[in-house]
Write a protein of this length. Structure first.
Length: 155
């Protein structure tokens, strides 16, 4: 039953407006997260390649701890970024399967529209994804810091 003062069409228009806005925000969120992940992967992989090139060019640098730390941090960053992508893919896949199951329940009137909408966004796995993003970013910072330290001090 529509709320008092609302007709059935006004309620449907409100619902469509909410759904449309939610979809827009979801796409913007997904795009922003995807851009950040691309940045992390490109930066850590690029850092590893640059460090390897730097070490390969200068014989003395291979014995220094700075380039080794930078290379190790960048490589760890690449590994953690890959793990984050794998976890994220799994979380989204599980959310999709759960959504399809919930749509079937909604069509049988086992759950309400509001419940379908609230259960449709991936909630599980967010903590591990954000943790892996943070660790990857920390690896990037450590690699850059080790590289800068090496350039300034030649150690």
């Amino acid at each position: 039953m529509p709320p008092e003062g609302h007709s059935r069409t006004e309620e449907e228009q409100e619902r469509q407006g909410i759904v449309s806005r939610a979809e827009s925000l979801w796409k913007l969120t997904a795009s922003s997260e995807s851009d950040f992940v691309k940045y992390l992967l490109l930066s850590t992989a690029g850092g590893a390649v640059a460090t390897l090139s730097f070490m390969g060019h200068e014989q003395d640098l291979r014995a220094m701890w700075g380039p080794r730390v930078a290379l190790f941090a960048f490589l760890l960053g690449v590994v953690f970024c890959g793990a984050m992508l794998a976890v994220r893919a799994r979380v989204i896949s599980m959310a999709y399967v759960r959504f399809l199951e919930d749509v079937a329940k909604f069509r049988k009137s086992d759950i309400s529209w509001e419940e379908l909408v609230s259960r449709s966004s991936p909630k599980h796995g967010a903590l591990i994804i954000h943790t892996l993003q943070g660790v990857t970013y920390a690896c990037l910072i450590v690699g850059v810091a080790a590289g800068v330290f090496t350039v300034w001090t030649r150690q």
